[in-house]
Design a binder for this molecule. Sequence first.
Ligand SMILES: Cc1cc2nc3c(=O)[nH]c(=O)nc-3n(C[C@H](O)[C@H](O)[C@H](O)COP(=O)(O)OP(=O)(O)OC[C@H]3O[C@@H](n4cnc5c(N)ncnc54)[C@H](O)[C@@H]3O)c2cc1C
Length: 360
Amino acid sequence: MDTHELIIIGAGAMGSAATYHAAKAGLNPLLLEQFEVGHSNGSSHGGSRITRYANPDIEESRVIPATFRMWRELEQESGQRLLDITGSLFMGPDSTPFLVDTRAALQLNEYDYRDLSSQELATEYPQFNLPDDWVGLYQADAGRLNASSCVRAMVDQAIARGAQLKENTEVAQFVPDADCVMLALSNGEQFYTKRLIITAGPWASRVLNPLPNLDLDLRITRQQVAYYPLEQEELYRKENFPVYVFAAEPNLYGFPILEKPGHVKIALENENLTTNPDDPRAVMEDNAQALNEAVAKHFNGVVPEPASIETCLYTETPGRKFIVERHPDFANIAYGAGFSGRGFKFSIEIGRQLVELVEQ
Ligand SMILES: Cc1cc2nc3c(=O)[nH]c(=O)nc-3n(C[C@H](O)[C@H](O)[C@H](O)COP(=O)(O)OP(=O)(O)OC[C@H]3O[C@@H](n4cnc5c(N)ncnc54)[C@H](O)[C@@H]3O)c2cc1C
């Protein structure tokens, strides 16, 4: 019987990052993925995720500089561009808690930022049509991570350092044990491992909740992002247009031109719950229509009819706090879940933390 040092379930952002760090630590991990790396059924595919020093949570924003360093190191190792710096712009009424908390966190962490009055916002960012009482908060250390390329790069760098990857390999169940965990695959194969990390994204409840003394409160929501053609491309180039978040209704977020020439990606978070991550991903017409209306109302130079729409899943916890833990009974099992639509930027750090948890 072959016993692995470390097995990781799930090759999304979190599992790829854990595999990358484990391989660097010489643990020769085995990464098991039910689909293929880069698949579009989970949460980590596509060409853009926002990363930013500006964050309403002080502790979270404190680790962001370390993540920037790690993404840059991964760029060097892989020889690929993964992070584009654009700056970030948050907008809303000055008293919006998201703006107030973000400003406080920036000050406490001593990160530079700039407040923009309503007038400055209107003059410097003619791309937007905003209510008169909205102000801006600009922070320069922010940009876009190319999600699919980051995941691929972490997996490739892990393999180059001795990790193994098995795709189209679904873990059907596992039997926890303090010394040796047995994993049973859907195809009947069995694997044994001294340590186990589980990063199953929207499938986390299914994989984790059969464990004793564990009942994670996770909910899955279906999200979609849309790519809009531009009438005025010059307004939306990354040199003069940052990633942005509306801190108040209609809670849009988006990017400059990055993935598709002549198009910008804009999204409107929604609460479309699903209990089954394997459900087919039809376009949600209500959300699409609300987004088109918001784009028509709040943007200049954008055609409010998307060229394409993509779907993706969030796995959310009640307070949107991340779960990065060791199992209470089994110190050799750790899991990460509930990254609540904002985990990608942290993934390279969360993978490191998960490996640390099973190494202790
Ligand atoms: C539309 C959208 C926009 C987002 N925007 C941002 C953003 O701007 N900034 C940001 O920081 N974050 C953002 N996020 C959040 C971020 O992308 C996620 O938090 C992160 O990708 C979650 O990664 P994960 O590894 O936990 O999950 P996943 O990527 O879903 O990975 C889990 C993996 O586990 C595999 N798996 C599950 N069960 C099994 C099993 N039994 N056997 C084998 N394999 C299994 C799955 O197939 C999957 O590949 C966004 C998310 C979405 C959906």
